[in-house]
Design a protein around this ligand. Structure first.
Ligand code: BDP
Length: 688
């Protein structure tokens, strides 16, 4: 930093209130800088929130007038709205609220406000909470559940509960999320018992004014487990009646209930196959019960069996035979990749396959496979890569986004889900930067064409800009702030996913974690008795001849599940994108990659470059100290230190392990490993 800048920053530091922030306010930190007159003839809980938000965070001209108008316009869809300088028009109250949040965001980020109609990409934009009824969260890294408590009074609803749920609903509404599944997909049947439903009702009441609908994950065996029936066979008349009655009971207390999410016949969960029935039988039975009330079924396609030759092929094989057999209020919920939320996967071939059945993407916001709440990994680039992948379903340009958002199939139900990273931690997500992933999911669900850069830019401005203590800082961001904070930190965010891929599993490697924690490396991990498809050697297939999973037409032939020209592109080594090389091919260690290096050398370089990049992130972060309040600064600094140590472990573990097969030296210009493989294996050092 030059001396002039240093003085400027020091002065800035004196005048700006950098008081400690705990992150609880998320991206909603701004307070109004003046008064605004809101003209609106309507009154409803949602409209009242809209008015209040305008008054609370208005940063436009003092004394300006803004009209909120509910008037239908056929160009305004669903929850969309028309924004102009002094009016927000929408078809619904919720559309008005979304318009208000958009206007306020633009005032805060300095984005221009002009006449524009803004419609959401997806009709249903949902979070999925993997929260257990006992307060723990499956794959949750930010404390306990915000919805469920453990112990004696666990079903008593307190004022603190309601405050938290209200803050949660507000944050979701501010980014366009309009639904939430409040319990784990590995669902306890108890949630459907009347006493639990009363808590669900209380949650739904708090979320309702913010336009966030409540949904539940259900256990397919509920009729037998809590209903006392002898079976849960979906074609059995008593079972059908049990579900109908249960659905009636739910809608009586929650009239706008959203519907059910179901994980069936997957990882030990019960499902229709237990009774010789199909996914379509199971989903349709529930759909029929929900239909009269407008409810939907989100039926997950995350299925795989222990005996298959290739887990990546199974969802497609199991679901394609039922194409067109599902009711129109059923939507098949598919994870972005064919295996399981890995740092990088090609898109699941089920996108772009179904013509007559609605399908929806499931993304994972919680960083199960991307460093939990410890690593700074901004996920928008991963999701953007997925949404913009071309499936070629209806020729070139049939991106996943267009196949799922109603563009290519206009009459289908549209939805998108993100597995939440929210918990009881004060900052909600465990890592301040993990909030950016919640934010990014909402923004992409609203507009699946937004760029990662735009999202990062918005989020950083909203989350880190320091307002004067009297909140009077003008809208324009100082050059100095942009140059010294915004741009370098945005760069960290935008690079972070690729960097994580490099230090964890570059070149198409996947699922090489030790054990079930899905945190640290364990390419060797294969204890006796563990399902083969739950062990890394199943995925990397390393031996002295080479490494990688052969999914070409000479191997498992997973490539054939993709449309041409993708099938041939992935199948042919010359055209297979390098980032998917070892996903689709088993290659010799001395295979020459695009850089001209051997595969082994390239792996070494990639692992090392991932580690070096985290070191650079640390330097960049240390340089921005003057722009961040001390609490958030040191919190992130400490997480980055840990991420760096972890990246070192990843690099050493993977290179030293694979070196046993490659039998080649690590290129001498690369920093040497600092750990011994033996210690890494014995200690499972990163078992988070
Ligand atoms: C895997 C998780 C597991 C989930 C499962 C799912 O490890 O905890 O239950 O996905 O999505 O990624 O059902």
């Amino acid at each position: 930093m030059c001396k002039r800048n240093f003085i400027a920053i020091s002065l800035l530091f004196l005048f700006i209130n950098l008081s400690a922030e705990d992150g609880h306010s998320l991206w909603l930190r701004s307070k109004s800088t003046g008064s605004v007159n809101v003209v609106c003839s309507e009154n409803s809980p949602t409209i009242n929130i809209a008015k209040q938000e305008l008054k609370q965070a208005w940063r436009g001209k003092t004394g300006a007038t803004i009209a909120l108008t509910i008037k239908s316009d056929k160009l305004i869809k669903d929850d969309g709205f028309k924004l102009s300088f002094n009016t927000i028009q929408a078809n619904t109250d919720l559309g008005i609220l979304y318009g208000v949040y958009e206007l306020l965001r633009r005032q805060q980020t300095g984005e221009p406000i002009r006449d524009e109609i803004i419609n959401p990409s997806y009709e249903r934009r949902l979070l999925n909470h993997w929260d257990n009824l006992t307060e723990t969260i499956e794959r949750g890294y930010a404390g306990g559940s915000i919805f469920w408590r453990n112990g004696k009074d666990s079903l008593v609803v307190t004022e603190e509960d309601k405050t938290l749920w209200r803050e949660y609903a507000r944050a979701n509404a501010s980014i366009g999320i309009n639904g939430t599944v409040i319990n784990n997909v590995n669902a306890s049947p108890l949630v459907l018992k009347s006493e639990y439903l009363m808590r669900v009702k209380a949650i739904a009441e708090v979320l309702r004014p913010y336009g966030v609908k409540t949904y539940l994950s259900v256990n397919f065996s509920s009729p037998a487990i809590i209903g006392g029936l002898s079976t849960s066979d979906p074609l059995n008349a008593k079972v059908i009646k049990w579900w109908r009655d249960k659905v009636n009971e739910i809608y009586k207390i929650i009239p706008d209930f959203g519907g059910f999410l179901v994980k069936a016949n997957s990882e030990g969960q019960p499902g229709p196959q237990d009774f010789g029935r199909t996914h379509a039988d199971g989903a349709n039975m529930l759909a029929d019960a929900l239909k009269p009330f407008g409810g939907i079924v989100m039926w997950r396609a995350f299925v795989y069996s222990a005996t298959s030759d290739d887990r990546a092929k199974q969802a497609y094989e199991e679901f394609m035979p039922f194409e067109g057999q599902f009711r129109d209020n059923v939507i098949i919920q598919i994870k972005n990749g064919p295996v399981d939320f890995q740092p990088r996967e090609p898109f699941s071939p089920l996108f772009g396959a179904m013509e007559k059945t609605a399908v929806m993407p499931e993304l994972q916001i919680t960083q199960e496979y991307l460093g939990h709440a410890i690593h700074l990994v901004f996920l928008a680039p991963l999701w953007q890569e997925f949404l913009q992948s071309d499936t070629y379903q209806k020729g070139a340009g049939s991106t996943v986004a267009r196949c799922t958002d109603g563009t290519l199939f206009p009459k289908r139900l549209t939805a998108i889900a993100g597995v939440s990273n929210i918990g009881l931690d004060v900052n909600w997500c465990g890592h301040h930067f993990a909030q950016a992933n919640w934010y990014a999911f909402g923004r992409l669900a609203w507009n699946n064409n937004l760029s990662s850069e735009t999202i990062a830019d918005e989020w950083l401005k909203l989350t880190f800009y320091n307002y004067n203590s009297d909140q009077s800082e003008p809208i324009a961001f100082s050059d100095d702030w942009e140059e010294n904070f915004l741009n370098p930190v945005k760069q960290i965010m935008l690079e972070s996913r690729e960097v994580a891929v490099n230090y964890m599993m570059p070149l198409g490697l996947h699922h090489i974690f030790a054990a079930d924690h899905h945190y640290g490396p364990g390419p060797w991990w294969a204890p006796a008795g563990v399902r083969r498809d739950w062990t890394p050697p199943y995925y990397h297939q390393a031996d002295t001849n080479g490494i990688g999973f052969d999914r070409t037409d000479k191997g498992s032939d997973a490539v054939s599940q993709y449309h041409e020209p993708l099938r041939s592109q992935f199948n042919d080594l010359k055209t297979c994108p390098e980032e998917y090389l070892l996903w689709f091919h088993h290659l010799p260690w001395n295979y020459t990659v695009k850089s001209g290096r051997t595969l082994w050398d390239e792996m070494c370089y990639r692992y090392d470059s991932g580690l070096q990049a985290v070191r650079e992130f640390q330097k960049t972060w240390d340089r921005v100290e003057l722009y961040v309040d001390p609490d958030r600064f040191t919190h992130v600094q400490s997480k980055l230190r840990r991420q760096c140590r972890n990246a070192q472990v990843w690099k050493d573990a993977c290179l030293l392990y694979f070196q046993q097969f490659s039998r080649k030296p690590i290129p001498y210009e690369i920093d040497r490993p600092v750990y011994d493989l033996k210690d890494l294996i014995e200690m499972d050092m990163l078992s988070q």
